[in-house]
Design a protein around this ligand. Structure first.
Ligand code: PLP
Length: 346
């Protein structure tokens, strides 16, 4: 990225495929995946199941589709799924679960790094009274996007599962950025997924593949998920061309997430020194930085004037995401540009 270019910190979804990914796409061996004949997809699905410690997995078009497939597979119509009040599935998935599955979403508070309030969780379970919807699922998100990329520890994942087991309710993990969590904690992803019944993770965010996510779980669950994916029109054909870069992503892009986390920390430290910006850099755990800015609209304008792109995460909250393609020097440059733009505006 040169001095004059835009520094795009809106999301890690803006990442571009690496040269190795493009080469893998060109050379991918493919077949009709709806007929289980695409060897590249099969290889990817095996890898994804192994890395998350699950029996099987199925490749889906997006994280949104992965979460929807899982909610539809776990919950009947009129059932209730418990989600954190900051959950991506609640805020940013176009109401898919209620709209397409008649699944009611019920919220419990998230703390500042995304952990579900366990007391509220217990209180939220419905008994067998016929007036109540059936509690069918608990959803947990790790890392938690709207809680500033907060990480749930292995122990916290186990605590959620322990409550769920007591009520015999399955747990679904929206693990769009589960490798960010694993790298931040220095554990294997399967430590974080051990206690959940299903999960999705994304290849197209920090791992930089162009397309795709995956649903992982027990064999029987994944067979059902595959059927639901088909219902949603997500049965794809010679899809090895997009599975191939996802394989490269798993092989080569996980460990480097640590670099994004360091850059996020550096960015947070710089932003915290700006007038009118409130955030605690010590709380930044992964690649997402959310700053509280009372005058957020003029602040966003200063950012745009400076050629730095961020996104509004609700009124008064500005979100920055570090990712592949943004170097430490770009973060230093972004901070300098923002400082100058704010001075010019005052
Ligand atoms: C936590 C979380 N879950 C799910 C998704 C949805 O992924 P997609 O954009 O691939 O549908 C996102 C996207 O940013 C996310 O941040």
């Amino acid at each position: 990225m040169t001095d004059q270019s835009v520094i795009d910190l809106r999301s890690d979804t803006v990442t571009l495929p690496t040269p190795a990914m493009r080469e893998a796409m060109a050379n991918a061996e493919v077949g009709d995946d709806v007929h289980n004949e695409d060897p590249t997809v099969q290889h990817l699905e095996r890898m994804a199941a192994d890395v998350t410690g699950k029996e099987a997995s199925v490749f889906v078009a997006s994280g949104t589709m992965g979460n929807l497939v899982c909610l539809l597979s776990h919950c009947g119509r009129g059932a209730e799924a418990i989600v954190g009040e900051e959950a991506h599935v609640l805020h940013y998935e176009a109401g898919g679960a209620p709209g397409l599955g008649s699944i009611q979403l019920r919220t419990v508070p998230n703390d500042d790094h995304g952990m579900l309030d366990l007391v509220a969780l217990e209180e939220t379970f419905r008994g067998g009274n016929i007036h109540f919807p059936k509690t069918a699922l608990i959803c947990v998100e790790n890392t938690q996007n709207r809680c500033g990329g907060g990480v749930l520890s292995v122990d916290e994942m186990a605590q959620v599962a322990e409550v769920a087991r007591r009520y015999e309710i399955p747990v679904h993990l929206d693990g769009a950025r589960i490798f960010n969590a694993a790298v931040a904690l220095g554990v294997e992803a399967k430590e974080l997924t051990r206690h959940v019944d299903s999960l999705t993770f994304c290849f197209s965010k920090g791992l930089s593949a162009p397309v795709g996510s995956v649903v992982c779980g027990m064999g029987e669950f994944v067979a059902q998920a595959r059927r639901v994916r088909k219902q949603l029109g997500g049965g794809m054909r010679q899809v090895g061309v997009i599975a191939a870069p996802a394989i490269v992503a798993l092989e080569t892009m996980v460990e480097r997430l640590a670099e994004d986390h360091e850059n996020a920390k550096l960015l947070a430290e710089g932003l915290a020194k700006l007038p009118g910006v409130r955030l605690d850099p010590a709380k930044v755990q992964t690649n997402i930085v959310i700053a509280d800015v009372a005058e957020w609209q003029p602040f966003m304008k200063s950012l745009r004037d400076a050629g730095v792109l961020a996104s509004a995460s609700g009124p008064g909250r500005v979100r920055f995401v570090t990712h592949y393609g943004v170097m430490r020097a770009d973060i230093e440059d972004a901070l300098e540009r923002i400082r100058t733009a704010i001075e010019d505006a005052t």
